[in-house]
Ligand binder design. Structure first.
Ligand SMILES: [Zn+2]
Length: 377
């Protein structure tokens, strides 16, 4: 396997949050951040560093391959992307250590075809660092490694502590049958919202629109969410701001402050559309366990993540976006699809997508399915 398979930075978009400082995201109550541990090159001999190199290289090959094929936003993808980046940084450390001891550049000894194993040691380390316990880490979990994933609802969602101990909402979609899709649109409303809303209605695709409080403060925004509700969609809470460009993420707020913001947006939606919202999705999925639980117990909102991240903001080409989204849906077979109704490419791709779904045996199901799965009804 060539080194190009290690280029994970580009697929690591969920954690590249340039406008958020690591300091703000990090939970103060958490232990020290999970920086890549330094390799003790001074006390280690070259042979043991080379052995570690082979072990890491082998695991990295596995995670790199998974990151390429797993649906983006899926637990497998998150695990593979985070693990791959972590292992790659570690491999670079080992290279420096070996170079320091031998004066030679080491690129590995094992032939590529012999690589592709994740050792128990690597699994345990990743489990300790990230708290993953999805299918890939099962052997480590079964062997007694302590997981730092916190279940919120078994089989529905959990919080994982990801890079730098950021608490991240991980959604599961096992409650959907094969072919069932839930469509969600974030970060609106905006000038394109009513067009998207009408198109989803025409396509018989009841969707969830996770809206920002700041975008429904004025009359334009209010008219747009009224249209969403009139079209039969669920208007839901994203946040007041978007935890970007100087706004604080929920993790930088007290639970009381987060509840005030989320509750305020909930009341605006209720006052405008006449119906209380039922769902909540934190921007970037970033929220503490305590906050997420309080959003349910205090405000009655069902948390929603995603399992198919279209990364629709990353391209301007609706054709490319449509093709990529279809490929992800075909690969996973079901899922909660994340798009944004504020981008022209998303508007155009969503219109094509809803037709394609209907023509290819998929069914856009009611968001109420998430309530049932979460509440166990
Ligand atoms: Zn968002």
């Amino acid at each position: 396997m060539a080194k190009k398979s290690f280029i994970l930075a580009s697929v690591f978009s969920l954690f590249s949050l340039p406008s958020l400082s690591a300091q703000e995201l990090r939970l103060p109550a958490e232990p020290a951040s999970v920086e890549v541990p330094a390799v003790a090159a001074a006390s280690a001999d070259a042979a043991s560093l080379k052995a570690q190199y082979e072990e890491i290289y082998s695991a990295l090959k596995v995670y790199s391959n998974v990151a390429y094929v797993a649906p983006q936003g899926s637990p497998e993808y998150l695990e593979a992307a985070a693990s791959g980046q972590y292992l790659r940084a570690k491999l670079e450390e080992l290279s420096r250590g070996i170079h320091g001891l031998t004066g030679a550049v080491y690129t590995g000894a094992a032939p590529a075809r012999q690589r592709g194993q994740v050792s128990f040691g690597v699994l345990s380390e990743l489990n300790d660092v990230f708290g993953f316990y999805s299918s890939m880490s099962k052997s480590a979990a079964e062997a007694g490694a302590v997981s730092r994933g916190v279940p919120i609802r078994q089989g529905y969602c959990q919080i994982n502590y990801v890079k730098n101990n950021v608490p991240f909402l991980v959604q599961f979609d096992g409650f959907l049958k094969k072919g069932e899709i839930i469509l969600t649109f974030d970060d609106g409303p905006g000038p394109l919202t009513e067009e998207v809303s009408a198109a989803m209605k025409a396509g018989n695709a009841p969707s969830v629109f996770f809206v920002l409080g700041r975008s429904i403060a004025g009359e334009d925004g209010k008219a747009r969410i009224k249209a969403e509700a009139a079209d039969g969609h669920a208007v839901a809470v994203h946040g007041y701001n978007h935890a970007a460009a100087g706004d604080k993420p929920f993790t930088a707020m007290s639970t009381a402050e987060a509840l005030r913001q989320i509750g305020g947006v909930k009341e605006t939606i209720k006052g405008t559309t006449g119906a209380a919202p039922k769902f909540f999705r934190p921007p970037y999925g970033i929220i503490t366990v305590e906050q997420l639980k309080a959003v349910d117990s205090e405000l009655g909102l069902v948390p929603v993540g995603w399992t198919i991240d279209t990364l629709d903001w990353s391209t301007k080409d609706p054709e490319e976006l449509f093709e990529k989204t279809v490929a992800m849906i075909q690969q996973r077979g079901r899922g909660i699809v994340l798009m944004h109704d504020i981008h022209a490419q998303s508007r155009t791709a969503a219109k094509r997508l809803v037709k394609w779904l209907a023509e290819n045996g998929y069914k856009v199901v009611s968001p109420e399915r998430m309530t049932k799965a979460y509440r166990g009804e």
